[in-house]
Design a protein around this ligand. Sequence first.
Ligand SMILES: NC(=O)c1ccc[n+]([C@@H]2O[C@H](COP(=O)([O-])OP(=O)(O)OC[C@H]3O[C@@H](n4cnc5c(N)ncnc54)[C@H](OP(=O)(O)O)[C@@H]3O)[C@@H](O)[C@H]2O)c1
Length: 395
Amino acid sequence: MSDKTHQQKSRREFISTSLKAGIALSAMGSPLLAQGTATQTDLLFPEKPHPLNILILGGTSFLGPQQIAYALQRGHSISIFTRGKTQPTVQKEVFKKVEHLVGDRENNLEALKGRKWDAVIDNSGRRVKWTKATAELLKDNVGLYLYTSSTGVYYPYLGRDIDESTKLVLEVPDGISEIQKYEYDYGVMKANSEIEAQKAFGQDRTIIVRPTYMLGPGDKTNRFPYWPIRLNEGGRIMIPGKPGDQIQYADVRDVAQWMIRLIELSQTGTFNAVGPASPMTMPVFVHGAHAVFNSAVEFVQIRDYKLLAKHGILDQVPWIMPTDDNFGSALISNKKGIQNGLTFTPLAETVRDVFEWRVSDAEPEEATKRWEKTYQMYKTREAKALEDWAARHRD
Ligand SMILES: NC(=O)c1ccc[n+]([C@@H]2O[C@H](COP(=O)([O-])OP(=O)(O)OC[C@H]3O[C@@H](n4cnc5c(N)ncnc54)[C@H](OP(=O)(O)O)[C@@H]3O)[C@@H](O)[C@H]2O)c1
């Protein structure tokens, strides 16, 4: 691996020089940037990267297809490892250019044995033992391990200064509610998985990326697509929470592309993948998202947390109700990410693309039916909360 180590070292040197140059240029208001001939990312990352062989554990759901599309465009080769169950609903055309390895992270890693890659991206790490097993298996044959973690590692999100150095919870505490347990389980699993990846590959060969709520085409969570569909429909629309409530989100394509660029430069370390570029409140988010549509709307801000909770509205992603000293995952620092090349798609573009994907026939009929049911459930909840709010504010 001596050539590779040399390459990695020179790439690392490159980024540190380029970062300094990029920051200096942006501080001076680079004429290049002003003319729109090069973005800050172009200044940070080489136009023609050294071609790499990348293995993605996963690859066919939400984040994976965007990583593949971008990596192929950058001249890299991709292998994916899945059970062969999930069919992509975005970037479908790229899959014919990808090597598909079949197995199961639970009990069958045969297809990964004896193979070499420059880097592996672990998207499907949903159990600590899965990440431990693949990191152990691949450590001598693969250069870098990128673990797709989550800002969920910061649960219960105490304080306003959450950054990559914040101490993580590594065990689920006793005596907590079912909801808290669910949140802790996910965060603790991600935090311990990060540790397993680092143990096997070492800090200098591991990249940890912690995305916040990701939005974009292909989002099967049925959470965020509510907003574009609802805003297009128009009428009386609830904005949940207090006017100053902050929100955070990241366009899935921004996260996917940044991950590939971090790999190209062997930029190891731990990074939050959080947007938008500057702090945003929920009303600003909703008004910004509505700019994509020409529907007639009347926005009603329901600032009463108790009323919202009575109607089961504890979140409406990207809004999460703050409780006590838990600021609902919306105050996480993106400073390090930005310094290391994270960029942001404009909100209107994200909203438009999610809308177009959601109204297309990209998903199988059954999944579309599930989405429609969820949408109606959200709308009923919203209508009841609006009615209750209006009744309390009638003179
Ligand atoms: N969505 C968000 O807002 C968000 C926020 C923060 C972090 N994250 C993290 O982002 C990651 C990205 O998830 P994604 O679903 O978008 O990734 P993806 O790489 O697009 O898809 C996940 C893949 O995992 C495969 N898979 C599932 N179980 C498997 C198993 N037992 N063995 C082998 N393959 C298996 C699925 O294919 P088969 O079903 O065919 O096996 C699918 O290809 C996750 O780790 C998630 O925790 C998500």
